[in-house]
Design a binder for this molecule. Structure first.
Ligand SMILES: [Zn+2]
Length: 495
């Protein structure tokens, strides 16, 4: 039995009791009667106006349909859930500032399958920023908090700077409170903090880092296999451009305003060294702005910045702390939310899939499209788990082949020595890793870092107790026969 009244949380009251009646077409007096809220009609009206606007007048659902038809008009998708996930991600980008985290969208496909055109359309829809060969300087200049980023060919790394920029942007950038990337600005001779949070669309050809694959739902682009192929070519030569991006941006702003309002101005406080007065300056960009003068409006001495100095005494809040996300949080605790997420991932747990599905459903709820997307998310989840697993087992095969060869030949590579007890063979880790990375390069994959390599080593069955560190180098002391350590499985790690 529900007791609609002042003691109920208004959001909860609206979602559980009022919304179903509104959707059933009942008028306010009818709902009033139905819920037995006699005399509380004005309150009811206030709730309906406030919250139903949040959901229906904000028009997330129509917007979603329009994005979907725009994608389907310009591109052929082999799998019908791909454009659905893409459309959801476009909406996600518009409300990133309201979210605690985002899911990425890796887009795989061969050359000529239309990935680049797709990115162009997504960039138009999201008003995002596109990079191919990103540098740390570009990162600082162009990536802003919560902005959507599109990257083409992101599995090809040209140089160290690009590698650093990309790692800074992608590794942590899915979390709203991710640590800012700190960069030394040579011109200004000061450290600069760059916010990296936001939705990322990542087109790739070869194999994307498995860590990144599992940060999102993978979209597969293939060359159009129907008779309409040529129609898509023509449509992409003269893409239909209407006011869709404006509507998406407006919707995003409204959602953020209603569900994660800004807590106020972002301000920094400085002290004038001449008179000691604290001067507050509103911050409008990621770059720290100091006072132009020791403002007399703030009881300062009135000196211009050129005739005094200002010392920062209070840093501005970070962008991620500028929004009150309590309303967004409430959505996650709506009745039935857990079941919806469970429907997508199969089993709820403290894992990546559950986190991604939670974010996806959060976006879906804020757009009022949870029923339209849940099936597609389920399929996308299954496929992503499968692909991410495949990537790892392919790596395991490769690594095994190398270790097996070195082991069976008992070769001496570089400084590596064989232990002549007949029971084990000592292989130098750096050599194995080099050969492994060369093998990856052959199939168009990037080098792996130490932590990924360590994970693969353990998956292979070479546990830490088989490592030896006689000098500065690390060796693997592998038993003879090698098969006694072999932990080869067709799937991933079952632990
Ligand atoms: Zn002063």
């Amino acid at each position: 039995m529900s007791e609609p009244g002042a003691d109920r949380d208004p959001f909860d009251l609206y979602m559980k009791d009022i919304k179903p009646l509104v959707e059933a077409g009942q008028s306010i007096p009818e709902i009033d009667k139905h819920l037995d809220m006699v005399g509380r009609e004005p309150y009811l009206k206030e709730l309906v106006d406030g919250y139903s606007k949040s959901y229906s007048e904000l028009d997330g659902s129509n917007l979603f349909k329009d994005i979907l038809s725009c994608l389907n008009f310009h591109f052929w998708f082999e799998q019908q859930w791909d454009p659905i996930v893409l459309a959801l991600a476009v909406l996600e980008g518009a409300i990133a500032k309201a979210l605690p985290a985002v899911f990425y969208v890796p887009i795989s496909g061969d050359k000529g399958c239309g990935k680049t055109n797709l990115l162009a359309l997504l960039r138009w829809l999201t008003r995002g920023k596109q990079f191919e060969n990103i540098s740390t300087a570009a990162l600082a200049r162009e990536v802003g908090y919560g902005n959507t980023i599109l990257m083409d060919e992101c599995d090809i790394i040209y140089n160290k700077d690009q590698q650093e920029a990309q790692a800074a942007l992608l590794r942590q950038g899915y979390k709203a409170d991710a640590p800012a990337y700190t960069r030394w600005d040579k011109d200004k001779k000061c450290a600069e903090e760059v916010e990296v949070f936001g939705v990322k669309f990542l087109a790739f050809r070869g194999a994307l880092d498995s860590a990144l694959q599992s940060r999102g739902y993978i979209i597969g682009m293939t060359i159009c296999k129907t008779n309409d192929a040529y129609q898509y070519v023509k449509r992409n030569l003269f893409p239909e451009r209407d006011d869709l991006p404006e509507r998406i941006a407006k919707w995003g702003e409204d959602v953020v305003k209603r569900f994660a309002p800004r807590k106020g101005k972002r301000e920094a406080v400085f002290r004038c060294v001449r008179c000691g007065t604290p001067i507050t300056v509103e911050q409008t960009s990621s770059e720290l702005i100091g006072p132009f003068e020791c403002s007399s409006d703030q009881s300062g001495c009135g000196r211009q910045a050129s005739t005094t100095k200002f010392i920062l005494i209070k840093k501005p809040l970070r962008e991620c702390d500028m929004h009150d996300r309590s309303k967004v949080k409430e959505v996650m605790y709506l009745e039935g939310f857990d079941e919806e997420v469970k429907e997508i991932v199969g089993q709820l747990g403290a894992n990546r899939s559950s986190e991604l599905a939670t974010i996806a459903m959060l976006v879906a709820h804020l757009a009022g499209i949870q029923h339209e997307v849940s099936k597609s998310l389920k399929t996308a989840n299954t496929r992503t788990e499968m692909l991410a697993g495949e990537g790892e087992s392919e790596d395991m095969e490769m690594l095994w082949d190398i270790v097996e060869r070195l082991h069976s030949e008992q070769v001496v590579v570089g400084q590596q020595k064989r232990i002549d007890d007949g029971q084990s063979v000592r292989l130098k880790q750096s050599e194995i890793k080099n050969l492994f990375n060369l093998a990856r390069k052959d199939v168009g994959k990037k080098r792996v870092g130490s932590s990924t390599f360590a994970k693969l080593r353990r998956s292979l069955g070479v546990k830490d107790n088989l490592l030896a560190k006689p000098g500065n180098a690390i060796f693997w002391d592998l038993p003879v026969p090698l098969s006694t350590i072999a932990n080869r499985k067709s799937g991933g790690d079952s632990s």
